[in-house]
Design a protein around this ligand. Structure first.
Ligand SMILES: [Zn+2]
Length: 141
């Protein structure tokens, strides 16, 4: 039984999230008005409500702030992958930013809070004919 919509395992690309999912760089949304960074990208700045937003490249290092291990597949496509880890990364250069991903060099029971990690990119062909997705993932730094 699936309680997530079909295809949810691939992000639906839009103008706001395309830099994050397709550039092979850890691109974060930056507010030109107040010089703050936010993630995930929004139509306006969450700090000052300004709408002059561009993107900056983060260093791509951080640490495991928290994690969870799903044992029940929320989608049929994940039936063969459970259990797996989902980590919440706190970035070194933007410590208020948290990014979700998987620590792909660790089994579900090997993840530890505080582990230094660095970003890597998993290339996924978009089966709907769109852009190739370069999904930010994480490995031990
Ligand atoms: Zn702002």
């Amino acid at each position: 039984m699936s309680y997530m919509p079909d295809g949810w395992t691939l992000p639906a690309l839009d103008d706001l999230n395309r830099p994050f999912f397709t550039t092979g760089k850890l691109m974060l949304q930056h507010c030109v008005d107040c010089d703050r960074v936010q993630h995930p990208p929004e139509d306006i700045c969450i700090w000052c409500q300004g709408d002059h937003l561009d993107y900056v490249e983060a260093r791509g290092t951080g640490d495991v702030y928290s994690y969870v291990v799903p044992h029940h597949p929320p989608n049929e496509k994940l039936t063969t992958r459970v259990p797996y880890n989902i980590i919440l990364v706190r970035l070194d250069d933007y410590p208020h930013v948290r990014i979700l991903g998987n620590q792909i060099d660790a089994e579900f029971d090997e993840v530890t809070i505080g582990t230094p990690v660095r970003v890597t990119f998993e290339e996924i062909a978009d089966q709907n004919g769109g852009a190739t997705i370069l999904l930010p993932q994480w490995v031990k730094a």
